[in-house]
Design a protein around this ligand. Structure first.
Ligand SMILES: CC(C)(COP(=O)(O)OP(=O)(O)OC[C@H]1O[C@@H](n2cnc3c(N)ncnc32)[C@H](O)[C@@H]1OP(=O)(O)O)[C@@H](O)C(=O)NCCC(=O)NCCS
Length: 188
């Protein structure tokens, strides 16, 4: 089982370049990441560059920075974790699952780049990292994000009623989507 750092980089899609994130990417991300339309559904909405940089740096091992024509336009998460297992077989479930996530500069959204990025993340997770299951989570109201999951052939495995507390104070439905390595390899 390999780590992100051990894979060959950069990776290219038709339009995007992906590289492991480094602390120096922070300023290029902050330019648009701070916008309310970006943070609406994100886990955190840091209010200043310093706290944003601290979050970025804490997550470097699991993060990929995305460039379009040389400019930083996105960030993605590939967090490898253990599959759930009974105690007697827990070792075999180690590092078998990867949670993916994505965010793009609003200036480049709506032209298929989210789907293009996410498709590459699945290739990295299955062919590069060698996990057996990829999972993605979102608020059910985040249509753009779950549509990306759906377009990749991921399956909605759960919709949880009023399970996730939004920073507006509302308890909202959450969703889990997933796909197995065999399903990914046997897709049309
Ligand atoms: C999620 C995100 C990466 C999608 O990026 P994108 O480049 O706009 O996605 P695509 O162009 O590939 O579009 C994917 C699908 O979502 C739809 N879509 C895009 N934006 C939408 C919106 N605001 N509302 C509803 N549907 C939307 C597209 O129409 C497309 O579906 P279709 O093919 O059926 O028409 C982008 O919206 C984003 O960065 N959002 C903010 C951060 C975020 O919420 N991240 C996910 C947290 S779980």
């Amino acid at each position: 089982m390999r780590t992100l750092a051990e894979l060959p980089w950069p990776r290219h899609t038709a339009r995007l370049e992906l590289r492991p994130a480094v602390a120096a990417d922070t300023a290029g991300l902050w330019r648009w990441h701070r916008l309310p339309e970006v943070t609406e559904w994100m886990t955190a909405a840091p209010s200043d560059l310093e706290s944003f940089a601290a979050r970025v740096e804490a997550r470097l091992d699991d993060s990929v920075t995305v460039r379009l024509e040389g400019r930083i336009v996105g960030s993605a998460k590939l967090h490898v974790e253990d599959g759930w297992a009974q105690a007697e077989v827990a070792v075999q479930a180690g590092r078998q699952q990867c949670e993916v996530g994505w965010v793009l500069d609003p200036a480049v959204q709506g032209r298929g780049l989210g789907t293009e990025l996410a498709r590459e993340l699945l290739a990295i997770a299955f062919d590069g990292l060698g996990v057996r299951r990829v999972v993605a989570l979102c608020f059910a109201d985040n249509t753009a994000s779950w549509k990306v999951m759906q377009k990749l052939g991921m399956r909605q495995e759960g919709r949880y009623r009023a399970e996730s507390l939004h920073r507006s104070g509302r308890w909202l439905d959450g969703m889990t989507w997933a796909i197995l390595a065999d399903e990914w390899r046997n897709r049309d």
